[in-house]
Write a protein that binds this ligand. Structure first.
Ligand SMILES: [Fe+2]
Length: 620
């Protein structure tokens, strides 16, 4: 069964509830619409506490249905974010084309596909206990829908770029009103996502999550390998399409991304994960980032030429490359850019649900006031003050309640005194970034803050600075940017008059040591190339967060906070008050805000006393 144009919806009919599901690859998720309104969306990993959980999103589905107060048999339709049979065809053809070389990875991947993925229809129905309408969209259509339908634009060009779906690895499309159309596709095995992942693997990071680290490492390096990449690996055309020379890659035939030929070309084997980073990895990271940005820019130009429109919507895993996005905005041909915050496969759940609403049920779409319909990405679970207090009492935690202005005033004072604060407030974010609902916050002016947060909280040796959250109306006082960036998906330069140039001696410092040299009057958020991953905050999407930054500004004159995700390394972002309290107690976070409650680490029960609640909440 495939997604086709359906009959025109009768507007006098009762509300239609539509469930979108993305699953079985990585980062499973569910999304619920009431007609076209996004009621709820969440990733399964947040509930199971298994990062990137790819299983059927049972918990996320249950949460969405509960949030919409709707039963499974009341759903008007369920959409799945890709077409398993087409994907299987691609996998089968790939392996048949390379047998016997590809046999080892076929044995690894094949049975999994046959067991889980080919029978998705039955599996979805069994897991959901659902017998109604089940619709499938193509993977890149789901990404394109997630990019355009929630955007503030009446019409826009759409660009999706990722690893691979069924066959497509990138697509250019057009959205108008309640319709989207894919105009052009780039096909497997030529994939920008997989090319970037190949370098992620080769520089010793984890494929599918370490790409962000490669991007963060790039400013430390020189683009030494760019010529080699163009000469040997990537045959790039003017329109942004390209061919990858498969002689150097192993993802068709083996279980790694790159092969011995790649090692010879780049002068050595891949870096062992967790081993020391060297200048070579930094140069490789810089080189692939330069190539990635060039391809993104060329694809954007082609999308502009094909559509003649001024607005661009982006999605797909590569759209999480916020450095590339910033260049597309500054140097590309489009006037306005909107990026789906859940640009990776989790966002496919939103995309397919909206396709069911707009295409299958032909629901009307309205836009206006340059506001998107993602609700700030605050689409996940929330907890009432009563629920939080019940938890706090049951754990024996020490806390005080702060109502009204007392909360922003007190927390701003703590932040001004360089305390680190866990901030848990309202509905959890959908997508990979923490945006002020499940965040760890600090003051940006202290030269020590970045190292403190990295080592004491995140338990990592960081080479990436943290992201700034800034009042929307003050963004251009700090950054060379005067546009909304609510989802931290744009990188912009720190204003020139805030920068501190390096001295001759500091220039000689090696790689990561440079990070400890303050680069601006906001050192904790300024990267060594003077860039920052900006989140703009408005009161209408997150009043509590806005009021806190405003109070901090009142005390210090600075309208910026340091924001990082509320989790430790390797753990999904916290979801519940129990997750947040556990993370607070295990790290050196000084204070914890749970809704209206403030917890001081110094007055919490000791480790020994917490034994009881640790077992009660099945911690460790
Ligand atoms: Fe994808």
């Amino acid at each position: 069964m495939s997604l086709t144009l359906g009959e025109v919806a009768d507007l006098d009919m009762p509300d239609k509830y539509i469930l979108g599901i993305s699953a079985f690859y990585h980062d499973s998720a569910a999304c619920l619409l009431r007609n076209t309104e996004i009621i709820a969306a969440a990733q399964e990993e947040r509930f199971t506490r298994k990062k990137g959980d790819a299983r059927f999103p049972q918990n996320a589905v249950e949460f969405c249905l509960e949030e919409g107060d709707v039963a499974v048999d009341e759903l008007a339709g369920v959409g799945f974010y890709d077409k398993p049979l087409l994907k299987f065809e691609r996998i089968l053809e790939t392996y048949l084309g390379v047998v016997p070389r590809g046999f080892s990875s076929f044995l690894m991947a094949g049975p999994l596909w046959i067991k889980d993925k080919l029978y998705i229809d039955r599996q979805l129905r069994d897991s959901l206990k659902y017998s109604g309408e089940l619709l499938y969209a193509e993977h890149h259509e789901s990404h394109a829908a997630s990019a355009f339908f929630p955007s503030p634009f009446e019409s826009a060009a759409i660009l999706t770029i990722d690893g691979v779906g069924e066959w497509a690895t990138a697509s250019i499309g057009i959205g108008r009103g309640n319709e989207i159309e894919i105009l052009d596709e780039l096909h497997w095995p030529d994939s920008l996502g997989l090319l970037y992942s190949a370098f992620t693997y080769y520089t010793g990071f984890k494929v599918n999550s370490g790409e962000y680290k490669v991007m963060g490492l790039a400013p430390y390096g020189e683009p030494k390998y760019v010529d080699t990449i163009y000469a040997e690996l990537v045959d790039l055309r003017e329109d942004g399409s390209f061919r990858l020379n498969q002689k150097y890659f192993n993802y068709l035939t083996g279980l790694t991304m790159t092969n011995g030929e790649f090692d010879k070309l780049m002068g050595g084997p891949p870096r062992e994960p967790e081993s020391r980073l060297t200048q070579r990895e930094m140069d490789l990271a810089r080189s692939i980032q330069v190539v990635c940005e060039e391809i993104m820019l060329r694809m954007a130009k082609t999308a502009h030429r094909k559509t003649g429109l001024d607005n661009l919507c982006l999605a797909g895993g590569v759209a999480l490359n916020c450095v590339g996005n910033g260049r597309v905005l500054r140097e590309g041909p489009f006037k306005h850019l909107w990026i789906q915050p859940a640009a990776g496969d989790a966002g496919g759940a939103i995309g397919v649900a909206q396709l069911v609403a707009y295409r299958h049920f032909s629901m009307p779409r309205t836009t206006g006031n340059f506001k998107d319909s993602m609700k700030g990405a605050y689409l996940g679970p929330s907890f009432t003050p009563d629920e939080i207090e019940q938890f706090l009492t049951s754990t024996g935690a020490s806390y005080q309640r702060l109502d009204g202005e007392a909360r922003p005033d007190r927390v701003a004072e703590l932040l001004a005194n360089e305390k680190i604060v866990g901030w848990f407030d309202g509905r959890m974010e959908f997508g990979p970034r923490a945006l002020g609902a499940r965040s760890i916050l600090g003051g940006p002016r202290s030269p020590r803050m970045q190292a403190d947060m990295d080592i004491k909280i995140k338990f990592r040796e960081g080479f990436r600075p943290f992201a700034p959250a800034v009042l929307r109306e003050r963004v251009s006082d700090y950054f060379e940017l005067d546009t909304d960036s609510p989802y931290m998906l744009l990188v912009a330069p720190v204003r020139e008059d805030r920068r501190i140039p390096l001295t001759a001696d500091q220039h000689k410092l090696w790689g990561i040591d440079k990070l400890n040299v303050p680069r601006s009057d906001l050192p904790a958020i300024t990267h060594i190339d003077y860039s920052a991953r900006v989140q703009t905050v408005t009161r209408d999407t997150n009043a509590g967060y806005y009021d806190l930054i405003k109070a901090f500004e009142g005390l210090t004159g600075c309208a910026v906070l340091v924001n990082t995700s509320f989790n430790v390394r390797g753990e999904p972002i916290v979801c519940t008050p129990a997750d947040a309290y556990r993370c607070f107690m295990r790290t050196n976070i000084d204070y914890l805000v749970l809704g209206p409650f403030l917890l001081d680490k110094a007055t919490q029960p000791t480790r020994k006393e917490t034994e009881e609640w640790r077992s009660e909440f099945q911690l460790d």
